[in-house]
Design a protein around this ligand. Sequence first.
Ligand code: DX5
Ligand code: ZN
Length: 219
Amino acid sequence: MKKIQISPSILSADFSQLAYEIKRLEEGGADMIHVDVMDGHFVPNLTIGPPVIKALRKHCSLKFDVHLMISPVHKYIKDFSDAGADIITFHPEATENMKETISLIKSLDKKVGVSLNPDTEIKTISDYYDNIDLVLIMSVFPGFGGQKFIPEVLDKIKSLKEIKDKNNYNFDIEVDGGVNFSNSKDILNAGANILVSGTTIFKENRGDIKKNIETLRLV
Ligand code: DX5
Ligand code: ZN
C-alpha cells in the first residue's frame, strides 16, 4: 500500500505571507504543497497564477501539486511547468483534447493529474489510466475552500480503487474538498492515498499545522 500523503492547500493560508506559510507547512511535515489556481471562468473565483508559483518555488523544497481550475487549460500548461509545478492537474472539461494535454504535461517531464468533479463520471478518464500519475477526486464543487464534504464521493473513491487494484494501475488517488478529522479515516479506507486540506490544516487547533497534519495522517 502507498504511504498516506498530506497535500495542504495554501488557499487557506495568509496570502500576505505565503513564503512563511509554506515554510510552516514544510516544517509541519507536509508531503507536498497543493496550489489552487482559479480563473473566475472555469470556477467562480480567482486566485493566483505562474508568477506567484515561481516566486514561491525558491522558498520550498517540497513538490508543488498544482490544481488548475482554468479553461482553456492547454495553452497555460507550459507556463505552470516553467514556474515550477511538479504535478500538474487539470479537469477534463477544461481541455478540447485530453490526450494532447496529458502528452504535453508528460513532454515537460511533469507528473500528470486529472481531476473529477463530484458530477464527473469515472469513465471520463477510462482511456487514460495507464498514462496518468494521479486522479484528483473532488469532494466539493471546486471554487472555494471551507465547503462541506460530499459523502456520496466515498463510493466513487471505492470504485476507482477497485479499478486500480484490478488492473494494477499506478496512479495516486487524491481527494480534495472538505477533508477533516471526522471523515479522513473513511476517505483513506475507501482507497485514497493523498489528502488535500486547507481549512483543517490552517484553522483547527488554533492553526497548529504540525498537529493538524499529524492528526489527518493518523486518524
Ligand atoms: C476547492 C479547492 C480545494 C479546497 C480545499 O476548489 O480545490 O483545494 O480549497 O480546501 P478545504 O480543505 O477548505 O475544503
Ligand atoms: Zn484543489
